[in-house]
Design a protein around this ligand. Sequence first.
Ligand SMILES: O=C(O)c1cc(C(=O)O)c2c(n1)C(=O)C(=O)c1cc(C(=O)O)[nH]c1-2
Length: 513
Amino acid sequence: QTPARATASAKSAPSGDWPTYNGDYTGRRYSSLTQVTPENAHALRAQWVFHSRNAGVLQVTPVVVAGVMFVTGSNDAYALDAVTGKTLWHHARPVSDGLIDDASGHINRGVAVMGSQIYMETDNAHLLCLDARSGNLLWDVAYAKDNRNYGATSAPLVVKGKVLVGTSGGDDGVRGFVAAFDAQTGKEAWRFWTIPAPGEPGSETWPKGDIYLHGGGTTWMPGTYDPELNTIFWGTGNSSPDFDGSVREGDNLYTDCIIALDPDTGKLKWHFQFTPHDLNDFDATETPVLVDAIYQGRSRKLVIQANRNGFIYTLDRTTGEFLSAKQFSLFQNWAKEIDAKGRPVRTALVPNIEGARMCPSYAGATNWFSPSYSERTHLFYFISLEDCTVFSAKPEPFEEGKEYYSTGAKHLPTENMKKYLLAYDFRKNEFAWRSPQVGDGHSSAGVMSTATGLVAFGDDAQEFEIANATTGAPLWHFNVGQQIHASPMSYAVDGKQYFAVAAGSDLFTFALP
Ligand SMILES: O=C(O)c1cc(C(=O)O)c2c(n1)C(=O)C(=O)c1cc(C(=O)O)[nH]c1-2
């Protein structure tokens, strides 16, 4: 009945386990393991490789509990011996027919664990409960109805005996929500709709009528959780249709927000919206990272998010109060500034029928790939993308079975993409360092950090890298031969520390000899 390592997951995991998508509830992706250090990292060696039978690009972060690793690829789940990589069981499930856009992309980011049960979302938004020892299906709940454009790509999050899930389809005219299910029975406990129905709080930020049914605000990344505040923090996606805002005048709450919810009831405690009336696909689904610190002379509970819109934000997570924003994009042209309340002051540029070159691009100045906060260096690490696209807008009707971008975003042939690994000092609201990546910008790789002062990340040139977290100086790298579209993690079995990262359809592990 007790969540696996419940106390461990509330703080940074002190054991060798990595029991949730982000390693723990804080979203810091900070490992307290200390075997690998700046002095010995050069000696890391590949240990074993797991090849997924599904041909898609793995986006999974493996979860490890008591020496067993759980990996998903598309709708398949695997349990592996975390020391040898040997498959213990494989739960096969075909990809679904008839899905569109992200839901048809064979994307799955992993499992959640509670006791001897694991949970995963399927491409067509079912929540599966599997027996962790056999992979046998215990139950299967379809949780998104009334619109064929729903899908799911996220890893669920288990909080206080409930499994929390979200959906994809925010570019396809669905209505977003976070839903919670009893982890034993699969019975729905609550559902928070990210787009309010007429008359509900927030509905005044939408036009009257049925547009809310197609308003987006999807929830395609796992949230974070603060047990002391009894609050979960979830990032919501863009408003829909993406580029033509004329059919949705207003701020369009609760799209592009962090929403703070009560995990027992699903009631909204506060929200903060990064991009009111989004016109550029600036989902705010990037991990809301929980940081406790003396901030501007006061002990504070903070939440930090590097947002797709090109700014990194620090909020008070007890109240949602805006504390600071800092532009991390070297160049952006959609906002003149972020004002004292945290609201962007827009430039005159907007998507239009002729097309407007705007930066960041539709891919975002950062995206879902993990950031990390190091409790040792007190720096916040994430990967940024310098990129611009031409955004075009034209009214289109909503139709099931079709995307709902109203219209599109394209690269100019002369546009070059460039990635950076950034270290942000939130207390000074400055960047400690910025490390340019070699590559063409097409990777989607995340970052993690360790208690020995390491950052580990997938770079933009098919290399898994480890660097000094204080300076950014490279210490070690390994060419995985494929682009990395996943975030790394670290675990230990019998005192031996491993790093794991997915690349292409393979998962690689590394350790000292
Ligand atoms: O609005 C949505 O529902 C939604 C879902 C997803 C997804 O589920 O992966 C992506 C996006 N949006 C998105 O905007 C985006 O840039 C993106 C990149 C990726 C990916 O797999 O690399 N997924 C998604």
